[in-house]
Structure formats: C-alpha cells, structure tokens
Design a protein around this ligand. Structure first.
Ligand code: PLP
Length: 405
C-alpha cells in the first residue's frame, strides 16, 4: 500500500479523537440554549462556562476575557478594526503599526482601515524573518493607536519577541494585539508574560474543528461589539454559542498544552528534514530563522523550480505539503513573506512548506527525505533555467541570497 504523509498542519489539522469525543454530548444531549432558564439550558451554560474557564487556564487569563468567534480571521478583523476604532474615539489616534509578514486577515484589515483614513506603517523583518526591532521602535509613536504583530509566522514559522514589542507599544500608550493562530498548539501561550491587550487563536490549527476561534480581550478594554444581538459573549458578539465546537476547542487546547512536552522530539524531526534536504539537494536554502522557529515548521527554497509543480509531484507520492499559506496558495503573486525576507521576486515561487506535528513519525520523515530529492531533480531536468545554470550561463540573477538564512 502506498504511504500517505500529512505535512500541512500549518494549513489545518485533523480533529483528534479525544476532541471529537468531547464534542459529541453537545450535539444530541447538551443541546439546550445556554441562555435558556430550564434545565437543558442551564446544563449547556455550565458546559459553556466550564470550557471558557479551562481555556482561560491554558492561556493564563480570566474566563471573562475570552470571546468565542468563528475563526482566526474573524478574531483578527475584530481586534484590528475595533481596536483601531476604540483608540480613535478615545484619543483621536489613527496610526497603526504592523509588519510586512502578517497574515492577510491582519494585512487586509489594515488596508480597509487605510481606506477609512487611518495610516499604517508596515515594519520590515530581518532576512531570518524576525521583526526589525529598530524599525519598529522608530515606527511606534505617541500617535500610534494599535500595534499588531503576529506571534508565529504561518509560512516560515518564526517566533516574534511579542513581550518586548508589547512593552514598546504600551510605553507609547498604544494597544497591542498579537495573532497567535500559529502559536497555539506549537508553543506555550502565557498571556500575562506577553502583556498583550488582545490575542487571537483558531481551533482548526490545533486539532479542533474548523469554524471555531477566540479572541482574548484584556479586562477593562472596552472593545466595540463585533455582532450586535442577544447579549451572548458579554454582549460583544451576539449569536447562540456554538457549544459543540467550543467544547472541542477547550479539549484541543488542554491536549495541546500537555503535548508541549513532546516538542523536542518534533523539533528533532524538523532539524533532520532541514539538514538532510538542504545537504542532499543543491541550491536549496532554509527560509526563516534556524533557531527562532516553531518545532513543526520546515520551509525550504529550491532554486530553478516552481513550488506548485513540486507540490503536484509530492501529492502523487502521497505527501501533502504547501507552498505558503493555504489561503494564498491559489494566487500567482509571490508570497509577501518571501519578498519581505529578501528572496528575489523570480525565486520566491520555489519554496516548499512542510509543517509536521506530534502525529508525524520518524518513518514519515524518512519517506519525505527519500521522495523529495528525486522529484526536485526531475523538475530541474525539465527546466531551461537549470540547463543554463549547468552550462554556466547567465544565472547571475539566481544567486543573490546567501546559503543559510
Ligand atoms: N492568522 C494566521 C497566522 C493564520 O495562519 C491563519 C490561517 O492560516 C489565520 C490567521 C486565519 O485563521 P482561520 O483559518 O481560522 O480564519
């Protein structure tokens, strides 16, 4: 039987059996509306409150600081747009600081704000994909309303110094939001240590179902309502609560916390993939930091080939991977993250993201290491640019990025 290796966990994950189990009662037994006063409703309310409390415990915050949403994109939109609106109303500030490598949920929210008259500064990153702190310090001023910097990048897995950035934001009286969608399940999220005002999480990245997310909003921050309705979520996001998925998210976050102990094993598999693939395949380069990256992320650029062709051949070999973020993979534009770390436009298409998880085995890693090099070779053998490079032709524009980044 042919092998299947799922190495696209940063795009989404399978719902784990324990999570599915935790959700089941809420479909047919705990079906009451948590707002109803009868027993079925009260039972549902107890389950809802319990889930909120357990999630808050994993994040180190208070249950009333957790607001359930439908996904990471919704949480990001709410934080950026309502955070900006709040500060404009309170202090007249209309300046946002974010980075060039944010997810489009944040970038496009910022673009929408620009159309409304806000100004946005997009801070650059180092060639390793870490926020350029000098640039950030210079960008944040006493006119800044909101600083929005992601905790972990979805393409190259780099971990940003959020606590330090939050301190800078607060020194200038600005709000601090971090998109922690790719951090949850991969690293410990400790809200008091981060010192952020808002933080987003999405369930489907950590083995809960698609369609559930949350936004942490610091107590006392009067964030404008997202959905006006029947008073759910402390009146800020109306709509009958999605109890099955909320129970699933709570279970997934608890399991994720326990699984952090297994991170060194995953990091070892990640490092083996990086070392073996970059040594076996010529003209291959690690994208992002070698050290400041989550344990499951491998992102390698292979010159002289298109990432999309690589994906198709890997798919045939039974390996599911990605060229960038799943949401952007239908686009022909090069990844904004690749461009931000300095990969030239013409080379930015040749990157592959392998996102492994606690479910990945050493045998899966062996299989990727066995399958990938011949596929790269096959694609290069069909590439006129590769042929030109072999002949020592004019490939000057192919060699401007240093070997290990
Ligand atoms: N933020 C980051 C960093 C992500 O990686 C994603 C999804 O890829 C999102 C936000 C959006 O989350 P969702 O798919 O739950 O809307």
């Amino acid at each position: 039987m042919s092998r299947f290796v799922y190495a696209d966990n940063a795009a989404t994950t399978a719902v784990s059996p324990e999570v599915r189990e935790a959700m089941m009662p809420a479909f047919c037994e705990l079906y009451g509306n948590p707002s109803s006063l009868h027993k079925k409703g009260r039972d549902a309310k107890v389950a809802l409150d319990g889930a909120r409390a357990r999630i808050a415990a994993t994040l180190g915050c208070e249950p009333r600081e957790i607001y359930f949403t439908s996904c990471g994109t919704e949480s990001d939109n709410w934080a950026v747009k309502s955070g900006a609106a709040l500060m404009k109303r309170k202090s007249g500030r209309t300046h946002i600081v974010t980075t060039k490598i944010e997810h489009h949920a944040v970038l496009n929210s910022c673009a929408a704000l620009e159309k409304e008259g806000y100004t946005v500064t997009y801070v650059g990153v180092t060639p390793e994909g870490i926020v350029n702190m000098d640039e950030l310090r210079a960008a944040v001023t006493d006119e800044t309303a909101l600083v929005a910097v992601m905790y972990v990048n979805n393409e190259i897995g780099t971990i940003q110094p959020i606590a330090e950035i939050a301190k800078i934001a607060h020194e200038h009286g600005a709000l601090m939001f971090t998109d922690a969608v790719q951090a949850a399940g991969n690293i410990k999220i400790d809200i008091p240590a981060l010192g952020v005002d808002m933080l987003s999480v999405s369930g489907h990245k950590l083995h809960a179902p698609k369609g559930i997310g949350l936004l942490y909003v610091r107590r006392g921050l009067m964030l404008p309502n997202l959905i006006d309705g029947g008073g759910q979520e402390r009146g800020r996001r109306g709509g009958t609560e999605n109890l099955p998925y909320i129970l699933g998210l709570a279970k997934a976050m608890e399991i994720a916390d326990e699984r952090l102990a297994d991170n060194p094993r995953v990091a070892k598999m990640r490092d083996r993939l990086i070392d073996e693939l970059t040594s076996k395949i010529p003209y291959s380069y690690l994208n992002g930091s070698r050290t400041e990256r989550v344990c499951g992320n491998v992102n390698i650029r292979f010159d002289f080939i298109e990432g999309e062709s690589l994906l198709l051949w890997l798919d045939i070999a039974g390996i599911a991977a990605s060229t960038g973020s799943a949401c952007a993979s239908a686009s022909l534009d090069p990844s904004h993250v690749m461009l931000a770390i300095g990969v030239p436009h013409e080379k930015a298409h040749g990157s592959l993201r392998l996102s492994i998880s606690h479910e990945t085995t050493d045998e899966d890693v062996d299989y990727i290491i066995e399958q990938l090099p011949p596929i790269v070779k096959k694609l290069r053998d069909m590439s006129p640019l590769w042929e030109e490079a072999q002949r020592g032709g004019d490939t000057e524009h192919w060699g401007k990025v240093s070997k290990i980044r």
